[in-house]
Design a protein around this ligand. Structure first.
Ligand code: ADP
Ligand code: MG
Length: 791
């Protein structure tokens, strides 16, 4: 975890014989430096110029040895670099203030060596102290002069900028200098010779290119990469130590600069002020944009300036009175830097190759572990490898069989298999949805229920009646009691079993959406008087049927040995869809009940029609009565106004009024009669609705039984189930019967012979019992235990 940290700013004062003691004072804490400026008499009597400043920094290095400077300024930064933190140490100040002395030191005297060689020494010493890590060190030396980049360690002879196209680039890993040579150094000595080579190149360049070495920024970078020697650790750290000798900070105009010097000064001033801006922006947590790209210096140092690195600034100052302005300016810069905070963070990376190797090892180990667990749990031969196509196809087929009801359970093997089962459920579901929709589209023109314009167009074209039923459409209660489309007739297109399942799920979906299916007796019961009407014929037949219905509690309308059944063609390999089969059923086995159903429906329709006519008549009579009453009261009013004739206490009325009274009386009589008729009709309608519902229910139940018998229950089993019993195989769910083992079949037939005479209500009870027994025997067989032991 990283914590925010301030930029460290130190001041190093160059020793001088002419030190301005009256102007520069050092605090006893070794951190404070006070500047006192004598009044500038040239500015006249009125002079509000500030004359005293006090700067508090992280340390004032006065008369400090190179060693002390290194320990104070650089030691911690270098040490942290070995732990993965980037670090940057910069020397800032006017030319001649001792930046190069501080950074590089003198090459003649070992004791006077600067931060650079000492840092290299520390790095190699620390590497020796960490045998647990394989640490590599690389170095590079970059010079920035007038916004051009130079490689001071170029292996090519140093000939100038054109031959060394050095440029700053960025990639996701960070900023890097394209074309800058980075040298692997395995020991201190190599590093030193590179450093010296760089220094030499710097001097040569200043001569050959006629450039003042104090006018360029120099960045010596030490790259550290530390891998743990223990192979299990795939993490490794990288870091950079940038040691920056900045160009002289003296301001323009002091010496009347012009030409080349002016250009240099302009670049320097710009880059130093951009450096300051960038560092300040980095310290401002509200800033999300940092102007790194404004100059080469900040761009090259992008990932080493602020943010996640340790940043140290050394302000090199002269101690002489004549340089006080520049000293002040450098101290101001340092104290501004000191306020900036950074958040040092470890540059942690992952060795992908090592990581893969480690994961492979881990995986192998876990597989072994699993194998041990499996053998302890007697689960041999369970594979945990990814499934191949064959295995996936097998699971797909299991899922299909499970949905068909031909497979009772899908055994759980392992997590991968469970996931694949779910996956295949989704696959099957999606396939079915698509197939159902396309089969519907092939057969019907689908109209959006909310598309009123389309519906009214269809109604106008006579394809749909006023109640919204399509002509020849299924009546919403079952399959096609109207006119079935020719293509849906049986025998035209044998449908696969899968198709049947799709039809099933389609009707199940329809049921959810408020429609209903032939399988749902509940839905049939729920449907009431919304059926369409047709003329009446045989009342007696209907009543007879109802009577028979009530007398016979078991369903024996169609005796199993009926001649029609014998004529039935051999069973197809794949059953037809229910819709097709239902048409078939209505024409053959179910023709009688279908006929009755249709008759009932037409009786109901006729009764409704009559009821509506009667209602109209009653209303008409009522209107006439009202009119008569009104006329009568008008007559009465006229009579009263004109004065009444009275004879022996009786009021005499005229003929007109008398006729009206008679008419009213007659109308009342008619009204009563018609009203009575209407009431009878309504009762009859209610009764008919009940009959129609019952018929529909019977038709569907019979169909269901017939369908199961015809296409699902094995014929031999049917024979066994039929022998001498009132139970019909179609009454038991197909999945139950076909999944029974042979023993269970025997038991079942025994059972229905022995017990079912109690009545068909006991079916579900025995079904449950048989199911439990079957499960029991399944468990016995899977556990590999003898049956007797389990009883
Ligand atoms: P800069 O790089 O800032 O222009 P230099 O490092 O070149 O300045 O210093 C200029 C001169 O002053 C050099 O000859 C250097 O040896 C000398 N000098 C600077 N600082 C010190 C110091 N702390 N002790 C001794 N000599 C110094
Ligand atoms: Mg210098």
């Amino acid at each position: 975890m990283s914590t925010r940290k301030k930029v460290h700013a130190f001041v190093r004062v160059r020793p001088s014989d002419d030190f301005a003691h009256d102007m520069i004072r050092f605090g006893s804490d070794n951190k404070t430096i006070d500047i006192h400026l004598k009044k500038d008499t040239r500015r006249g009597v009125v002079n509000n110029q500030q004359t005293d400043w006090s700067f508090k920094l992280d340390g004032v290095l006065h008369d400090a040895s190179q060693e002390l400077v290194y320990d104070t300024v650089a030691k911690a930064v270098v040490a942290q670099a070995l732990d993965g933190y980037n670090g940057t140490i910069m020397c800032y100040g006017q030319t001649g203030a001792g930046k190069t002395y501080t950074m590089t030191g003198t090459t003649e005297n070992y004791r006077h060596r600067g931060i650079l060689p000492r840092a290299l020494q520390q790095v190699f010493r620390m590497i020796e102290e960490r045998p647990s890590h394989a640490i590599t060190v690389r170095v590079s030396y970059l010079e920035i002069y007038n916004e051009s980049l130079f490689d001071l360690l170029s292996t090519l002879p140093y000939v100038g900028p054109a031959a060394t196209p050095v440029a700053i680039s960025e990639n996701p890993q960070g900023v890097f200098i394209k074309g800058l040579s980075v040298h692997l150094t395995s020991q201190e000595e190599d590093a030193f010779s590179l450093l010296f080579e760089g220094e030499t190149n710097r001097i040569i360049a200043s001569h050959t290119m006629n450039k003042n070495s104090s006018r360029s920024h120099c960045i010596f970078t030490i790259y550290v990469e530390a891998h743990s020697r223990t192979l299990s650790d795939e993490k490794y750290i990288t870091s950079k130590i940038n040691l920056v000798d900045l160009a002289g900070s003296e301001r323009l105009g002091k010496s009347g600069s012009e030409g080349r010097v002016l250009k240099e000064a302009t670049y320097i001033n710009k880059s130093l002020s951009f450096l300051e801006q960038a560092i300040i922006a980095l310290g401002d947590q509200r800033r999300d944009h940092i102007p790194f790209r404004q100059c080469k210096l900040t761009h090259a140092l992008k990932d080493s300036l602020g943010g996640n690195c340790n940043l140290v600034l050394v302000a090199n100052v002269y101690g002489e009175a004549a340089q006080l302005d520049e000293t002040l300016s450098s101290l101001r810069f340092a104290s501004r830097m000191k306020l900036v905070t950074t958040e040092p963070a470890v540059n942690e990376k992952y060795d992908a190759e090592r990581m893969v190797k480690n994961l492979e090892k881990e995986l192998a180990l876990l597989k072994q572990e699993l194998a041990i667990h499996d053998s302890l749990a007697n689960r041999a031969h369970v594979s945990y490898d990814p499934m191949d196509e064959v295995q996936i196809a097998e699971i797909h087929s299991q899922v299909r069989r499970y949905l068909d009801g031909t497979l009772e359970d899908i055994d759980v093997i392992n997590l991968r298999q469970i996931q694949e089962v779910f996956n295949q459920f989704r696959v099957v579901l999606t396939q079915q949805e698509q197939e159902v929709e396309s089969s519907l589209r092939r057969k019907y023109t689908l109209i959006d229920k909310n598309d009123f314009a389309a519906i009214s167009a269809v109604q106008k074209a006579g394809l749909m009646d006023a109640d919204g039923h399509l002509v020849g459409e299924t009546d919403g209660q079952g399959f096609g009691l109207g006119v079935a489309s020719y293509s849906s007739k049986p025998g035209k297109k044998p449908k696969s079993r899968r198709m049947w399942k799709e039809q099933f799920s389609a009707s199940a979906t329809a049921r959810k959406e408020g429609g209903s299916s032939p399988m749902s007796g509940k839905d049939v019961e729920a449907s009431t008087s919304k059926t369409q009407l047709a003329p009446l014929s045989k009342d007696v037949d209907v009543k007879d049927m109802v009577l028979r219905d009530r007398e016979t509690s078991n369903i024996d309308t169609l005796p199993p040995d009926s001649p029609k059944e014998d004529l039935r063609p051999p069973r197809p390999v794949t059953p037809p869809s229910k819709a097709v089969a239902f048409e078939d059923f209505k024409n053959e086995r179910g023709s009688e009940i279908n006929r009755i159903f249709k008759e009932n429906k037409s009786i109901l329709n006729e009764r409704r029609k009559r009821a509506s006519e009667a209602t109209q008549r009653v209303n008409a009579i009522k209107r006439e009565m009202d009119e008569a009453r009104e006329a009568l009261s008008a007559q009465k009013a006229v009579r009263e106004r004109q004065g009444e004739y009275e004879k022996k206490g009786l009021i005499i009325i005229d003929e007109e009024e008398f006729l009206l009274i008679l008419k009213l009386k007659d109308l009342k009589k008619q009204y009563r009669a018609e009203y009575q008729d209407l009431r009878d009709l309504r009762a009859e309608i209610q009764y008919c609705e009940h009959l129609v519902d019952q018929c529909r229910h019977r038709l569907l139940t019979e169909f269901e039984i017939w369908y199961n018998e015809s296409f699902f229950i094995p014929e031999d089993m049917q024979a066994a189930l039929k022998s001498g019993s009132s139970i019909r195989p179609g009454m038991v769910p197909v999945s139950r019967i076909v999944s029974l083992g042979e023993d269970d079949q025997d038991k079942f037939s025994q059972l229905q012979q022995d017990v079912l005479p109690e009545g068909p209500e006991s079916i579900s009870f025995y079904n449950a019992k048989a199911k439990r027994e079957q499960k029991h025997s399944y468990l016995k067989s899977t556990m590999g235990l003898p049956r007797a032991q389990r009883r």
